[in-house]
Ligand binder design. Structure first.
Ligand code: FEO
Ligand code: CA
Ligand code: CA
Ligand code: CA
Length: 632
């Protein structure tokens, strides 16, 4: 029999209007239900969620965390009606978490409140099942578990193996110099691996640590990465030592040296943070592992390039900060297809993610880019050997201060790299550059000027770039893919010709489904678009990858065969995180920091005028009413 002719991808729904209501908006013929909102019990140790904020820290440890973000669906069986959902919990809304919001007495946070906040962070691993047309949490499943800002995790790769004892603290020393760290913080975007594990990414973790002595004493990486110099985000470090359950449970967030050496305090505590963290959702007893070879920075997310037998496995990850960089990790080991279903997933993770080369992107001219290896033998822009520069002698030291090393090598400062996504059909890599209002050609600072890949001063609406890898691992070809804009923008602003049914700003979440549809989510603060619609998710059928023949920027071309708005979130929220079941009949989309939502299990039901609900971040399950595949 002749194989079926592949039909061109067509989006089979009408683009929906912008929306500004206390409910989600979806196309005709679709339904949307709330799944696993903050506080949903995962086991019998949690009381049911209470709408007055009185659930305890112990409840929170055994229930779904707050502020859902990146997410992935791991199939069980056929993966159409059952699976394990891994969900990041980026940060917390303290006013919703506690009955009357956060409290403190003379600058000291109450122990129970701090513990509840720590337990609301991290990752939820949730067994879910479709029954009678509704996806729900499987209560007390052995798969259900939580990783929090307090969970002990393993640390692997060059920083863990360094003879400089980079992880030593009072706590790790008492555990026999264990290669461990406690907790994962500010888990924003996510990734997964070709061998069936989840990757959670530590983004704005420096704000969870404080160093209070003179900055002249600080290490270069503490300054470069932006450890706080006054107080931490939630003041957990203020809980008295007498309240601690184990050594430094709260004190460790203050990394100011206080003892005679590193074995007596927590000066190295933050060295255990800033990584891609691997979790095996299928093995309930497994520990999370921080993979230091992929660099230490504010990781937004992590995507793998399409794998091929005998080739390295590559991962892409953006550093979300103004003027920060895009990175690629390439494994030393070459891909063995037998590793797609290994008996020990974390051993496979160690095989491909503990040893390799980390590169940073330089966009040199229109269409042309290079990957610069972050190794001691790299040459700085001043012509020095990187390993001869103080603080960068070894791979471990380079990784500890990844962005500091990248600064010296001439990486291209970008407009806040957020998510990456890889086209499963073509292998093209996409990255969202969400915005950068400090891009400025008028002031005296040349470092914040526009550049070839970030061409807009005061980039309020963001853009998306895509590239394909070159013949060598050190080259790539790139082009502009999409510029955010209000529909009302002039032709210079609205370079991509958006209209009222697909205008968008600050693209952030980004994922391909296996059919090759690209889904874009927004985290927008620009009023020109915000006045028209809440944050949203759009579907794109990308045009064939093409480079302008003369290498000129493709700024006015439309690289989307179709670009339609599929979903709009409720007032006050950000739409972030996307997962698919195996036949694309159920989409899981996260709503973070909603204002006055959800009113009921029907995510599209508007909270009635005059009704105030305690807001709950939640997953929204989108299905077609006829049960068909979504989007087509
Ligand atoms: Fe947490 Fe960069 O968004
Ligand atoms: Ca400037
Ligand atoms: Ca984000
Ligand atoms: Ca964002």
């Amino acid at each position: 029999p002749t194989p079926p002719v592949e039909q061109p991808l067509t989006l089979g729904f009408e683009s929906i209007a912008g929306s500004k209501i206390d409910a989600v908006a979806i196309p005709a013929g679709y339904s949307a239900f709330v799944l696993a909102p903050w506080g949903t019990p995962l086991n019998a140790n949690a009381n049911p969620w209470k709408d007055d904020g009185t659930n305890t820290a112990e409840d929170q440890l055994n229930a779904v965390g707050m502020h859902h973000d990146g997410m992935h669906f791991f199939p069980l069986g056929e993966g159409t009606t059952e699976g394990i959902l891994c969900i990041n919990h980026e940060y917390i809304d303290s006013s919703a978490l506690h009955p009357e919001g956060p409290t403190e007495n003379d600058g000291v946070r109450p122990t129970e409140e701090a513990r509840k906040e720590i337990n609301a962070h991290g990752v939820s691993v949730i067994h879910i099942r479709l029954e009678d047309g509704i996806w729900d949490v499987v209560p007390n499943s052995e798969y259900n578990r939580r990783f929090t800002s307090g969970t002990e995790m393993d640390v692997a790769g060059p920083i863990a193996d360094s003879d400089k004892n980079l992880l030593i603290t009072k706590y790790t020393e008492e555990k026999g110099n264990a290669k461990i760290a406690r907790g994962t913080n500010n888990n924003c975007g996510n990734g997964h691996t070709p061998w069936g594990t989840y990757l959670t990414c530590e983004e704005n973790w420096p704000g969870y640590f404080v160093r209070k002595d003179d900055k002249e004493n600080w290490t270069a990486e503490q300054v470069r990465l932006g450890i706080d110099d006054e107080e931490t985000r939630y003041l957990w470090e203020t809980v008295p030592a007498s309240e601690e359950n184990e050594t430094g449970e709260f004190a460790r967030f203050n990394i100011t040296p206080s003892g005679a050496d590193a074995t007596e305090d927590y000066r190295n505590e933050a060295n255990g943070h800033g990584y891609i963290v691997e979790i095996d959702p299928y093995t309930p007893t497994s520990r999370a592992v921080k993979r230091t070879a992929l660099g230490r920075f504010r990781h937004e997310d992590c995507s793998f390039g399409n794998v091929a037998e005998g080739k390295p496995v590559v991962f892409y990850s953006g550093h979300d900060g103004r003027f920060e960089y895009i990175y690629k990790f390439e494994s030393k080991e070459l891909w063995d297809p037998a590793d797609a279903s290994p008996s020990d997933r974390l051993a496979t993770g160690a095989k491909y993610m503990n040893e390799g080369t980390l590169y940073v992107a330089r966009f040199s001219t229109e269409g042309v880019g290079q990957w610069i290896a972050l190794t001691p033998d790299a040459t700085t822009t001043k012509g020095e050997r990187l390993g001869d520069v103080e603080g960068f002698a070894t791979v471990a030291e380079i990784l500890l201060n990844t962005p500091g090393a990248a600064d010296l090598l001439g990486a291209t400062p970008m407009d806040r790299p957020e998510w990456t996504a890889v086209d499963p059909k073509t292998g093209a890599v996409y990255v969202t550059l969400t915005n950068n209002t400090r891009r400025d050609n008028e002031d005296d600072d040349p470092d914040n000027d526009t550049n070839v890949a970030n061409p807009r001063a005061n980039n309020r609406f963001g853009h998306i770039i895509r590239w394909t890898e070159g013949e060598e691992p050190t080259s790539f070809d790139w082009e502009f893919f999409l510029f955010g804009s209000p529909a009302a923008g002039d032709s210079e602003t609205n370079k991509s010709g958006l209209d009222s049914l697909n205008e968008l700003a600050s693209p952030d979440g980004l994922a391909f489904d296996e059919r090759g549809i690209l889904w874009v989510q927004t985290d927008n603060g620009a009023s020109e678009v915000k006045d028209q619609t809440n944050d949203q998710m759009l579907a794109i059928v990308p045009s064939e990858l093409k480079m302008a023949e003369d290498g000129s920027p493709v700024v006015n071309s439309t690289n989307q065969d179709q670009l339609k708005r599929f979903f709009v979130g409720p007032n006050g929220c950000e739409v972030t995180g996307l997962a698919f079941n195996n036949d694309d009949t159920s989409f899981f989309v996260n709503i973070q920091h909603p204002g006055n939502w959800p009113f009921s299990n029907n995510a599209a039901e508007i909270t009635p005028e005059g009704t105030e609900v305690r807001p709950r971040a939640a997953t929204v399950v989108i299905m077609k009413e006829d049960g068909g595949a979504i989007g087509v």
